[in-house]
Design a protein around this ligand. Structure first.
Ligand SMILES: Nc1ncnc2c1ncn2[C@@H]1O[C@H](COP(=O)(O)OP(=O)(O)OP(=O)(O)O)[C@@H](O)[C@H]1O
Ligand SMILES: [Mg+2]
Length: 258
């Protein structure tokens, strides 16, 4: 029925628009002599379907960038926008941007299965469907046997995998994963990353992963480097080790240099 078919022009605009965009973004913690400039001068965007690794030393601002992109924190200067996400209010952002946090994030009184299903219930997904989707996500991460456990009864690595399952079950358009393999041994880390990337591809979701692990970074299409709160993305062929497969492909390379 023609009235139910969205306008091609509108659809194209939304499909092509960046899921998140940072324009000259800065975040300073505190004020006066004790102020810490966590990030500054950030210009970047994440196109739909992009697969980006953010690497850089501890304290370089990776988590700060990720929280700003998710709308969980506000910049002290510049602008973070979400042109590809309609009506980007806080609820909509939470719905479409899945965050795997660097630290523990599961709710202690809820079982693993309940933790994964809860965001779906909050979105209004009927209970049975939410439970089914939670089970599918847990099975994918090979966590079915842990579904009835409480977070306190998990290892740090298992909890991290549950956090990944929780994000994927919600079918986000953008996954922001903050060192999602940091608590995992190398083999499990690679496996979890493969599941994350595979599921994201099925969903058509973009993925941005912060990591210290060069092997993990190489598994993504594009690498962004952070140092002292700045985002540095080597231009193709400038001698950097950012050997992107598609250095000029806007679908997969969202960093911008000004
Ligand atoms: N709540 C806060 N209050 C004050 N300073 C903060 C706060 N959060 C982060 N910082 C500082 O901001 C800078 C960037 O921190 P951030 O957590 O973004 O780094 P990171 O690259 O994620 O590090 P890591 O690899 O260790 O996770 C650091 O100097 C840190 O000490
Ligand atoms: Mg961090």
């Amino acid at each position: 029925m023609p009235t139910e078919i969205p306008s091609v022009a509108d659809g194209m605009q939304r499909m092509d628009a960046a899921l998140v965009r940072c324009d000259d973004v800065a975040r300073t913690y505190g004020s006066g002599p004790a102020a810490v400039v966590a990030v500054h001068g950030l210009d970047c965007h994440v196109p739909p379907g992009a697969r980006i690794a953010v690497v850089g030393p501890s304290g370089s601002g990776k988590s700060t960038l990720l929280h700003l992109m998710a709308g969980l924190d506000r910049p002290t200067a510049g602008k973070v926008s979400h042109p590809g996400i309609d009506g980007a209010d806080a609820d909509t952002l939470t719905r479409h941007i899945g965050v795997v946090f660097q630290g523990p994030s599961l709710l202690p009184p809820l079982t693993v299965a309940e933790n994964v299903a809860l965001p779906l219930r909050i979105d209004g997904v009927p209970e049975t469907e939410a439970d089914d989707r939670a089970q599918v996500a847990l099975a994918r991460l090979e966590l079915t046997e842990l579904a009835r456990r409480l977070p306190d009864e998990l290892s740090a690595g298992q909890a991290q995998r549950v956090a990944v399952a929780r994000v994927l079950a919600r079918r986000p358009r953008l996954v922001l994963a903050d060192e999602p393999t940091g608590q995992l041994d190398r083999a499990t880390g690679r496996q979890v990353l493969a599941i994350l990337l595979g599921t994201a591809q099925e969903l058509g979701a973009a993925v941005l992963v912060t990591t210290h692990d060069p092997r993990i970074a190489r598994a993504l299409d594009v690498r962004w480097y952070m140092a002292d709160g700045r985002l540095i993305r080597p231009e193709a062929g400038d001698g950097g080790d950012d050997r992107t497969d598609h250095p000029t492909d806007q679908r997969s390379s969202g960093g911008e240099k000004t």
